[in-house]
Design a protein around this ligand. Structure first.
Ligand code: E4P
Length: 214
């Protein structure tokens, strides 16, 4: 499973890159607003930093405008993926963009049918928001299972990006289900390699090493 970072912060991307396992980045308008930097300055910098796809989101609500906005975003760098919310106009735009060879990430997805339509529109990626479903008392991972089944049933190549993850168990479940990608906040990524037994195990080894004759 590929690991994406869900952020627009250069410092977090730089640190995640040091781990050597970063496969891509997803941004959204909220992440960008938190940086205090303009997209024109920020987006080229992120795209240059990341060896892999970088999702940049459109904010238009009508298909022609979404396509225009997407074409501008796609000019920023070769690794740009245009992120489009799953709505009627977004799906119309996604179909046209996919025909033009522009990669799309259909986002803010909460139902298997939205995911089916996105795949039929030629979406490169689909982003189900699991944590937000959990937050209203649903089982977010059930949505990922349903999308996996539908895509496998019909051989859709649209890759599933498990998004809005809240903790490492979401990451584990995404991998068990066979999601293609999991995108996560820096804090979640940072938790993924930690374990208290690893910490105590290392501490014991270091203490015992002091007793070894040098
Ligand atoms: C995914 O691509 C989105 O940017 C993100 O996961 C949204 O998640 P949130 O619910 O943490 O805002």
């Amino acid at each position: 499973m590929k690991i994406f970072l869900d952020t627009a912060h250069i410092s977090e991307i730089t640190e995640a890159k040091r781990l050597g396992i970063l496969d891509g980045v997803t941004t959204n308008p909220t992440h960008v607003s938190k940086t205090g930097t303009s997209p024109s300055e920020l987006y080229p910098e992120i795209c240059k930093l990341v060896d892999g796809p970088v999702s940049l989101e459109t904010v238009s609500l009508e298909a022609d405008e979404i396509v225009r906005e997407a074409e501008e975003l796609a000019k920023i760098a070769d690794n740009v993926v245009v992120k489009i919310p799953v709505m009627k106009e977004g799906l119309i735009a996604a179909k046209r963009l996919s025909a033009a060879g522009i990669k799309t990430n259909i986002t803010t997805t909460f139902s298997p049918l939205q995911a089916l339509l996105a795949a039929k529109a030629g979406a490169t990626y689909i982003s189900p928001f699991v944590g937000r479903l959990d937050g209203i008392g649903h089982e977010g991972m059930d949505l990922v299972r349903q999308i996996r089944t539908i895509y496998d049933n019909y051989g859709f190549e649209t890759e599933i990006i498990v998004a809005a993850v809240r903790h490492p168990m979401h990451v584990t479940e995404a991998a068990l289900i066979g999601a293609d990608i999991c995108t996560m906040a820096f804090g979640v990524l940072d938790q993924c390699y930690q374990h208290p037994l690893t910490d105590s195990g290392i501490a014991t080894f270091l203490e015992d090493w002091k007793k070894v004759p040098k």
